[in-house]
Design a protein around this ligand. Structure first.
Ligand code: NAP
Length: 313
């Protein structure tokens, strides 16, 4: 148990404050936990634990020491509205990574074993034999080799898939061919049967899944988007599917969530939508990193997984 008495402000439209309060109680003997407008003395708040920002931002917390995101990304926070001098950290959590890996494996196997094709065939009463292939014959190109992308790459490699990965800085991962830069991305997607995106959303990565990139795909490539909806130019995907460049897509994220009922992705025979469920963090496991960062903030130390605002992630 720590001896510090942090004052924590919590705001999320997704996460349960009660679960977070209970998990924090396993780490701190004494702490203040405020939710919404119910903050007795805003000037004593040390840490903001938030998914999105409250309507009035965080400006009233004049002595804030850290902003801790309840998500792996920070794109949901309006950076312009954040106090400039307060460090921000994103969430890295074992449950989140494991659920993302499970989702990636499920989506990859569905294409590898052609379940998407058999789903279409069974809807039309067709018995079409296609011989199964070995995992080594299916290549998966992963955009993003951070906490989550690296775990997905290693898990797929252990399953025997041919795995490639693309990141900003060079990476050395045993048995995985890695790429950087614009030309590296083109080469990687051109040799991938399945392209899987798990990048953060930044100015550089917005709209990265677009017509120009699809033009580099071999005909019949499958796409899995587990990053953010704004990575994908949705009309370009429809065009790429119509041309056969993209065979099918699995999309966990959309530019507008929930996806509007009138959206052409709903009911599309080659598109599987899941409602932003790929990765879920649990307070019971995530609290370890959050508590470590609260202790660091109280001690004036650098945060774990601190966001580099110049890079945007
Ligand atoms: N669908 C869901 O439920 C869900 C859940 C959790 C997370 N996510 C998404 O997953 C993302 C990644 O999370 P993470 O924890 O793995 O993030 P991370 O550890 O920060 O890793 C980000 C990776 O992307 C690479 N990257 C960033 N900008 C790039 C660029 N311009 N060009 C090439 N590579 C670039 C980074 O390269 P370097 O290694 O060189 O820095 C790094 O490998 C989140 O931001 C979020 O969008 C989705």
């Amino acid at each position: 148990m720590g001896q510090i008495r942090p004052s924590i402000f919590f705001h999320s439209n997704l996460d349960s404050p009660d679960e977070w309060r209970a998990s924090l109680a396993t780490e701190f003997e004494d702490f203040t936990f405020s939710v919404g407008n119910d903050v007795a003395s805003p000037e004593s708040v040390d840490v903001a634990l938030v998914w999105t920002l409250p309507d009035d931002g965080l400006q009233r917390f004049v002595n804030l020491r850290a902003i801790l995101s309840l998500g792996a990304g920070i794109d949901q926070l309006d950076l312009e509205r954040l106090p400039k001098h307060v460090p921000i950290a994103r969430l890295v959590d074992e449950s989140l990574t494991r659920t993302m890996v499970d989702y990636a494996k499920t989506a990859v196997y569905r294409y590898h074993r052609r379940f998407h094709f058999f789903e279409r065939q069974s809807q039309n009463g067709r018995w079409t034999f296609i011989s199964p292939t070995l995992t080594a014959e299916t290549s998966v190109g992963i955009l993003g080799l951070g906490e989550i992308g690296r775990a997905i790459a290693l898990a797929l490699q252990r399953e025997g898939f041919a795995v490639y990965g693309w990141s900003r800085s060079p990476k050395h991962l045993a048995g995985i061919m890695t790429y950087t830069g614009g030309d590296g991305l083109k080469s990687m997607v051109g040799r991938s049967n399945i392209v899987l995106n798990v990048l953060p959303l930044t100015d550089e990565t917005r709209c990265i899944l677009c017509r120009e990139l699809f033009a580099q795909f071999e005909k019949g490539t499958c796409l899995i988007n587990m990053g953010r909806g704004m990575h994908l130019v949705e009309s370009d995907l429809l065009e790429a599917i119509a041309s056969g460049r993209v065979d099918a897509a699995t999309l966990d994220v959309a530019s507008v969530e929930p996806l509007p009922l009138t959206h052409p992705f709903w009911g599309h025979p080659d598109i599987l939508i899941t409602p932003h469920v790929a990765g879920i963090s649990r307070p019971t496991t995530a609290v370890a990193m959050i508590a470590a960062n609260i202790r660091r903030a109280m001690a004036g130390e650098r945060l774990l997984h601190e966001v580099d605002l110049a890079r945007g992630y």
